[in-house]
Design a protein around this ligand. Structure first.
Ligand code: SD4
Length: 332
C-alpha cells in the first residue's frame, strides 16, 4: 500500500533520478532484517542454476560483476543440451545457427553482436565490441570477422540433435509460430539466458545471449542483443532482462521500460508487471506469447513477472541457491 510518506519518499527519489531502495547498509546488508542482499546473481530459466554457480565463484571472492555475468552465461552457451543458447542451439529455417548477445556494465557501457554464426561464445565477442571498438553493435559477417581477428575459433555449432529437430520441423507445415510454454517439457523453443549481478562493491552488470526463436527466418534478429529491449542496465538504478517472444519485447523496448519504472519508484516486480501489461494493452494476440521480465535493483532486490505461467528464474546469494516461480498475467 502506498502511504503518504512512501509516496513522498518515492516522488523525491524519482525527482532525484534514483530508484527507491530499502535501507541497505554499505556492503549489501538490509537494515531491517539483516539479510545480505548482495553480492547476488539472477538469471532466467532453470539453465540459470549452473550459470549462476559460475558467476557466483567470481562474486563470492569479491570479483567484478561484469566478469561474473560473462562467465555465467558462457555455461549454457557451451552446453549442447541447452538448445536455445550458443553451441547446440536450434537453427533457423535454413539450418543455420545464428546467435544474438549483448552485455552492459554499471557505467552504461554496452556491447552487442547480432546474427553471428560459427562462434561458440557470442557474449565474449559482445564484451570485446564494448571494450575494444567505438561501436555498440556488430552484425553478421562483420561480427564474425571481428571475432576471428580477436582470436576466436570458427566452429560448427549445429549439433546432431539440433539438426534432427530441424529436419523434423522441415516435415511439418513449416509455419512459424511461437510455441508457448513448452519450456517445462522440452525446453527448446525459447529460453534465452539473461543474467544480472551486483558484486560486493555494488556494481551492477548484465548479459543476455540466445540462439533466438527456433526455425526463425534467416537473418531474423530478436530482442536479446538489442540494448534496451533484451537487456538494460543503469548503474544508478538497476537492470532488467527479457525472455520470450522478442518481437513483442522490441516493440515496447521492454527492459529499458522496466528500469525506468524502477527509477520512478516501482519495485522490481511492479516494474516487470507494468511492462507485461504494456504489451497486453498495445499488442493484439499477446496471449499467444510468453514474455518474461526479470529485474534487479542496484541494492540487490529482485522481482519478475511474466505473461503465461511457466517462467522461473534462478537466484544465487550467500544464503540462497534456488529456482523461483514467477507470477503471470494470464492464468493459463
Ligand atoms: C528471441 N527473446 O530471440 C528471444 C528468445 C527467448 O526465451 O528469449 N527465448 O526472441
Amino acid at each position: 500500500m502506498t502511504t503518504r510518506r512512501t509516496f513522498i519518499r518515492r516522488t523525491a527519489a524519482a525527482i532525484a533520478g534514483v530508484s527507491v531502495i530499502s535501507r541497505v547498509e554499505a556492503g549489501g546488508r538490509r537494515e531491517d532484517s539483516g539479510e545480505q542482499l548482495f553480492p547476488v546473481v539472477v538469471s532466467t530459466w532453470n539453465h540459470g542454476l549452473p550459470a549462476n554457480e559460475a558467476a557466483w565463484e567470481i562474486l563470492r571472492s569479491g570479483g567484478y560483476a561484469l566478469d561474473a555475468v560473462e562467465a555465467g552465461v558462457k555455461i549454457p552457451e557451451a552446453d549442447p543440451a541447452v538448445m536455445t543458447v550458443g553451441y547446440g542451439g536450434l537453427p533457423d529455417r535454413d539450418g543455420k545457427v545464428t546467435l544474438d548477445a549483448c552485455i552492459m556494465d554499471e557505467k552504461g557501457g554496452a556491447g552487442s553482436v547480432t546474427f553471428l554464426q560459427h562462434i561458440k561464445h557470442p557474449i565474449s565477442v559482445a564484451r570485446l565490441v564494448m571494450e575494444k571498438t567505438p561501436h555498440v553493435m556488430l552484425s553478421g559477417d562483420g561480427a564474425l570477422q571481428f571475432a576471428l581477428a580477436n582470436g576466436f575459433r570458427k566452429e560448427n555449432l549445429l549439433t546432431d540433435a539440433a539438426k534432427k529437430a530441424w529436419k523434423a520441423w522441415l516435415k511439418t507445415d513449416r509455419t512459424f509460430r511461437p510455441v508457448v510454454n513448452i519450456e517445462n517439457e522440452i525446453r527448446q523453443n525459447h529460453d534465452t539466458i539473461g543474467m544480472l549481478a551486483v558484486d560486493r562493491r555494488g556494481n551492477i552488470c548484465g548479459a543476455c545471449t540466445t540462439s533466438g526463436m527456433a526455425f526463425k527466418m534467416h537473418g531474423r534478429v530478436g530482442d536479446s542483443p538489442i540494448i534496451g529491449a533484451g537487456l538494460f542496465v543503469d548503474g544508478d538504478v538497476g537492470g532488467a532482462v527479457a525472455t520470450g517472444s522478442g518481437e513483442l519485447v522490441m516493440k515496447t523496448v521492454g527492459s529499458f521500460l522496466v528500469v525506468e519504472l524502477m527509477r520512478n519508484g516501482r519495485s522490481p516486480e511492479e516494474a516487470c508487471r507494468e511492462a507485461v501489461e504494456r504489451i497486453v494493452h498495445k499488442i493484439p494476440g499477446y496471449h499467444e506469447h510468453q514474455i518474461g521480465y526479470l529485474a534487479l535493483q542496484k541494492d540487490g532486490q529482485v522481482g519478475a513477472y511474466c505473461m503465461k505461467p511457466g517462467f522461473d528464474y534462478a537466484i544465487r546469494t550467500d544464503s540462497r541457491k534456488e529456482l523461483v516461480p514467477v507470477a503471470s498475467y494470464c492464468s493459463e
